[in-house]
Design a protein around this ligand. Structure first.
Ligand code: FAD
Ligand code: SF4
Length: 501
């Protein structure tokens, strides 16, 4: 294969998701030369397929088929394009909860990274730059309004979600890319901003390892992929004069570290917020095709979960409708009458990411019995809320539970069911850990500045540095933590206070 020296800069950033794009935004604004390397393509919203299968194939890692293995496989959703997972997410915004800040400070020595007096101005700045506001009543849609009704009837603490989509028009297509670029994902916000400040971006550039000389990171090596076939086309190297920043996400950052033989608990402590969803059939039209993809939430964090409205494209919805023959035909004929709500749960289980066959990731993850019980409790609340909101039928989609619940009295069939991991359809899109940050070099991979304990000038700036999961949607916390570390790096490296801070 051909070998080329692709580029050279002060900093090389690998990955352009929540972490990588934020690092680029801060370092470029501070006047550093930098190169962003992204394995996926730069997708213009106008060119993205509107159907779910096409959208998943184009923008998601392995077309949405990446899984963690355990007693049952669990899909792990990640974006693989410029903007990373933010290019396909729903734009939900939460600051890091206070108890997490406290825990990271006391148990992991990360006060210098997450102390509120340091991060609050950063959250404020990001909120202003990314147009973060509560979802408007006019774009809650039938799915969000029905959830609000259910929550109010049961006295649960519901609210419209805060999202980075102040100009949302409720097209329900966040997964497919926001038409008109109303949602401020990284591909339409911090990546273009960094490019305007002089950064360079190379797409279809898959980084495989960090070049380390005398204990210091000096660049990266990888392969250029053919944009049409995805096959390797040429080997490349990019040299970094001041530092290498890995932001390839929770599954791929540890693989690059493992190939580069970076020391520490790399790949360990993988955590996530697995989720599962219920469908409800209503007499009146719900019309999931209109409204914010996700607009309403019931945070029950003290119980370990968060309940969210989650609209589905019609082809995915159809695949979830139970029954056969005439019964199924009758149900599918009222496709506009369904609502879908999900429970995302803060599981205690920890897994591990390893280098598997041919260099591909091998993720092992097994939820605990307590995790399953906790998620079930969230699903029970969802079923109750659906009936309170007026649902005629609820479809839990859980083995060993009737596939149709026909009224509030039948929710006890879900409540009383003995459910194991294999009975549930779980998936996770909030991933954490695998290169955790901490003051102790034995228990962590990077320190409080996010520089690797074992390798100078090597930084990790993405969700893999999170030593624990959060119990809330993570992108805002990732951006704030990375902003803090990148601003420190910019200031320290140039010997002046960063303009970006
Ligand atoms: C469907 C979905 C919905 C979500 N909804 C929300 C939400 O509403 N709110 C919220 O807070 N969070 C949400 N999340 C989670 C959130 O988007 C992620 O937690 C966040 O984007 C993770 O940031 P990151 O920088 O760690 O990784 P990512 O954003 O995943 O970025 C990693 C980037 O690295 C690239 N990359 C990987 N390997 C390589 C390599 N070897 N070489 C070069 N490039 C590489 C990838 O292609 C990708 O672009 C959602 C996630 C998904 C998948
Ligand atoms: S619902 Fe539609 S308009 Fe609103 S942010 Fe998502 S894709 Fe954009």
């Amino acid at each position: 294969m051909r070998r080329e020296t692709l580029d050279e800069a002060d900093f090389v950033i690998v990955g352009t998701g929540a972490g990588g794009a934020t690092a680029a935004r801060v370092l470029a604004a501070a006047g550093h030369s930098l190169v962003m390397l992204e394995e996926g393509a730069r997708l213009r919203t106008s060119e993205r397929p509107r159907d779910a299968a096409g959208a998943l194939a184009q923008a998601m890692r392995d077309g949405g088929t990446q899984v963690a293995f355990g007693s049952a496989p669990m899909p792990l959703l990640q974006g693989r394009c410029v903007g990373g997972s933010t290019a396909i997410n729903s734009g939900i915004i939460w600051r890091m909860p206070e108890d997490v800040v406290e825990d990271w400070t006391t148990r992991f020595g990360l006060g210098a990274l997450v102390a509120p007096e340091l991060t609050e101005p950063i959250y404020d700045r990001i909120e202003q730059e990314l147009e973060i506001t509560p979802t408007g009543e006019d774009v809650l849609g039938g799915n969000g309004h029905a959830m609000a009704r259910g929550a109010q009837a049961l006295g649960l603490p519901g609210q419209p979600m805060r999202r980075n989509a102040g100009r949302c028009r409720g097209s329900g297509e966040c997964l497919q890319g926001c038409p008109g670029e109303r949602r401020q994902s990284m591909d339409v916000s911090y990546v273009p901003r960094a490019l305007a400040d002089g950064a360079r971006l190379h797409t279809h550039a898959r980084v495989e390892r960090v070049l380390i000389e005398r204990g210091r990171a000096v660049g990266v090596r990888g392969v250029r992929l053919d944009p049409s076939t995805g096959r390797p086309r040429a080997r490349f190297e990019v040299r970094a004069r001041r530092g290498v920043i890995l932001s390839a996400g929770v599954i791929h950052t540890p693989l690059i570290l493992l190939r580069s033989r970076v020391a520490g608990p790399v790949g360990r402590h993988f955590q996530c917020h697995p989720g599962s969803a219920l469908l409800g059939r209503f007499d009146e039209p719900i019309r999931m095709s209109f409204g914010a993809t996700q607009g309403y939430e019931v945070p029950m964090r003290e119980r370990g979960y968060k309940l969210e409205s989650l609209s589905l494209p019609p082809e995915m919805l159809a695949a979830r409708i139970p029954g056969t023959g005439a019964e199924w035909q009758e149900r599918i004929a009222s496709l506009d009458h369904y609502a879908q709500w999900a429970a995302q749960s803060r599981f205690e289980a920890q897994g591990r990411v390893r280098l598997g066959f041919g260099g591909a990731p091998w993720v092992r993850y097994e939820p605990s019995a307590r995790d399953i019980e906790q998620l079930k409790e969230g699903l029970v609340w969802l079923a109750r809320m659906m009936f309170e909101a007026g649902a005629r039928e609820v479809y839990p989609g859980i083995h060993h539970v009737p596939e149709v619940l026909r009224g509030p009295d039948e929710v006890r069939l879900l409540e009383q069911a003995q459910i194991s991991r294999a009975d549930l359809h779980l998936m996770a899109s909030h991933l954490f850990g695998t290169a955790r940050a901490g003051a102790d070099p034995v228990r962590s991979v990077v320190g409080p500045t996010l520089e690797a304990h074992s390798t100078r000038a090597l930084y990790v700036m993405d969700a893999s540095v999170f030593p624990t999961n959060l119990g809330v949607n993570p992108q805002h916390s990732i951006m704030a933590v990375v902003w803090r570390a990148a601003a420190q790096l910019a200031a320290q490296d140039s010997g002046r206070v960063a303009r970006a801070g």
